[in-house]
Design a binder for this molecule. Structure first.
Ligand code: ADP
Length: 491
């Protein structure tokens, strides 16, 4: 360990809340950095300066001219801004050619066509930044494919540099996105293509696979839940990389994400209309009334509200919910609210259902953080039928808000929600195994009958869920151990 037990940790990520967020990755990078820096580590986050980031008075120019060295002898000049984030510091790479755009990865339905170059550039710039600052991290923590070239840089062009001893930790937030591109990206990145473009490094099926390269080259690998670490070693969940992951299994651990308990706490939630706690649940009903009003649902305390807040992609399994909406409303007295954005066909299918189920179904297509808090505070159940789920945050937010989760037994959902045990009177939610619409239908039915017929059991599940501790305390300790392990392993 470094002097006084303090580690120097560089987080490299395309997202960090509250500055730029698409999904749970942003929450994780933010919360983990806050925790690690509160524990006296020197934590610096490196990310692009997208034009959507609001530069408040906290922003300062850190490096007016950073030169970034790409392949073909290309040298680009950028600025780096900084801003405090708790005890951590976020460094924003300003390079408008790549990041002076509204989106992080895409605008509308289309990904930016130069994402390969944009994120290769971010990787190289993060290391040139360390050298320019004369700040040598013990750990470079790389998040998802976008930061995946860093472990390769550290093992090649930076091996004999001042960064040669820096360990890399690569976190897989979602194995579905692997950064598969033409191998010539390596030339632009200034990486030795002839040395590394082969099956035991970053080549897969004739193309460059950044995640594969990161798995081979990083000192340690993590996933965001223990179950997901196991699942991705199987062909079913491995997206073609299960063999590589099995090969590197002894260097991989799954550490569950925590949640930010300041941001997601029904006792202080500023976006809810009434605050509440496990000992005084009155406010939840007030939020329920407000939620029904906002979504134009029939005002009714006794009708349970089932909620969804999600990206609308195949992974999340919400096509299964869309499939059963009609029979659900025909056979059960329930309401459903959905907040989400993603694939256009799914957005449109939910919107179409609106007309058919007026007063029972509420749909908001888009991204809305405030509304997501009100939904957690006002709903009675939360539905997450994911086909796979590396960790998932909303099931944990839901439990904190006494909004009983209904989840599929996969990844982080399996690790955080305990199935309702009707006989033993235990559990924190409803868990089902099969990824199909009828399993989801039956489980919603089971939840609905619990609400109406076994009221005490519903209240028990709600209380059990609210008592769970999903704060970062435990997980950040595990990351600290992992960083120590990574540091010892790098020679
Ligand atoms: P993923 O990262 O796969 O999207 P997670 O459950 O880990 O899934 O994290 C999703 C995060 O994004 C949560 O904080 C959730 O509240 C938020 N979120 C997703 N969709 C929306 C939306 N449409 N509006 C507001 N917040 C959203």
């Amino acid at each position: 360990m470094s002097e006084l037990g303090v580690m120097k940790i560089l987080m490299v990520s395309p997202e960090c809340a509250p500055f730029a967020k698409v999904g749970g990755l942003a929450d994780m990078v933010s919360s983990l950095s806050l925790e690690m820096s509160a524990a006296k580590n020197d934590v610096r986050i490196f990310m692009p300066m997208y034009s959507s980031i609001k530069r408040d008075e906290g922003f300062e120019l850190a490096i007016p001219t950073l030169s970034v060295h790409m392949g073909f002898g290309i040298e680009e000049f950028c600025s780096v801004w900084k801003r405090k984030h708790g005890n951590a510091t976020v460094y924003f790479l300003e390079f408008n050619k790549f990041y002076g755009r509204k989106g992080i990865y895409n605008e509308g339905q289309d990904s930016y066509l130069d994402n390969d170059a944009r994120f290769a550039f971010m990787c190289r710039a993060s290391l040139d930044f360390c050298v320019a600052m004369n700040w040598i991290p013990d750990i470079v923590h790389c998040h998802d494919w976008t930061a995946g070239l860093i472990p390769i840089y550290l093992n090649t062009v930076f091996r004999d540099s001042v960064l040669g001893k820096s360990s890399s930790v690569f976190t897989i937030h979602n194995l579905q996105h692997q950064g598969i591109f033409n191998e010539h990206l390596l030339d632009y990145a200034g990486l030795p293509r002839y040395e590394i473009f082969h099956a035991k490094n970053c080549e897969a099926m004739g193309a460059l696979n950044i995640v594969k390269g990161a798995i081979y080259n990083s000192t340690k690998i993590t996933t965001v839940s223990p179950s997901y670490a196991k699942e991705i070693q199987t062909p079913e969940y491995g997206y073609g990389l299960d063999d590589v992951l099995r090969f590197k299994a002894s260097d991989m651990v799954g550490i569950l994400n925590g949640i930010d308990t300041n941001e997601w706490n029904p006792r202080f939630d500023k976006f809810a209309v009434a605050q509440y706690s496990i000992s005084d649940m009155g406010g939840k009903l007030v939020n329920k009334g407000e939620l029904q009003k906002r979504f134009g649902l029939k005002k009714s305390e006794k009708t349970p509200i089932f909620a969804v807040i999600s990206r609308l992609y195949e992974q999340k399994g919400l096509d299964m919910l869309e499939n059963i909406i009609d029979p659900l409303f025909e056979n059960m007295d329930i309401q459903i609210v959905l907040l989400g954005a993603g694939e256009r066909w799914l957005e449109e299918s939910f919107e179409r259902k609106l007309h058919k189920h007026k007063g029972k179904l509420g749909v908001y297509i888009g991204y809305n953080n405030e509304l997501s808090h009100l939904i957690e505070a006002g709903a009675d159940f939360f539905v997450m039928p994911s086909r796979f789920e590396p960790c998932g945050l909303n099931q944990m937010y839901s439990m904190a808000y006494g909004t009983v989760p209904i989840v599929r037994a996969t990844g982080g959902l399996k690790d955080t929600v305990e199935n309702y045990d009707e006989v033993g009177k235990a559990g924190t939610g409803f868990v089902f195994k099969d990824a199909n619409a009828s399993a989801l239908y039956n489980t919603i039915g089971w939840a609905c009958s619990t609400w109406y017929d076994r009221r005490d059991d519903y209240l028990m599940l709600q209380k059990n869920a609210m008592k769970k501790d999903f704060s970062w305390k435990k997980s950040s300790k595990k990351y600290m151990e992992l960083y120590e392990w990574a540091k010892e392993s790098r020679h």
